[in-house]
Write a protein that binds this ligand. Structure first.
Ligand SMILES: [Zn+2]
Length: 59
């Protein structure tokens, strides 16, 4: 139980490209969406990654 919630939606990154930390929001990553984009700020190293929201579209 519980595992089913984790659906692969085609996220571009689940790891920080800089320090390779596995993203666990909101523990070590801040995820912000807006204007069709997603920005993920790694709290470990401060790297900000952005990608089009299309990658994270639900359904
Ligand atoms: Zn990082």
């Amino acid at each position: 139980m519980g595992e089913r919630h984790k659906v692969r939606t085609g996220h571009k990154r689940e790891y920080c490209s800089n320090c390779l930390s596995f993203f666990v929001p909101p523990k070590n990553v801040r995820v912000r969406t807006g204007r069709g984009r997603v920005s993920m700020t790694c709290k470990e190293c401060g790297t900000v990654q952005r990608y089009p929201l299309a990658y994270a579209r639900k359904g």
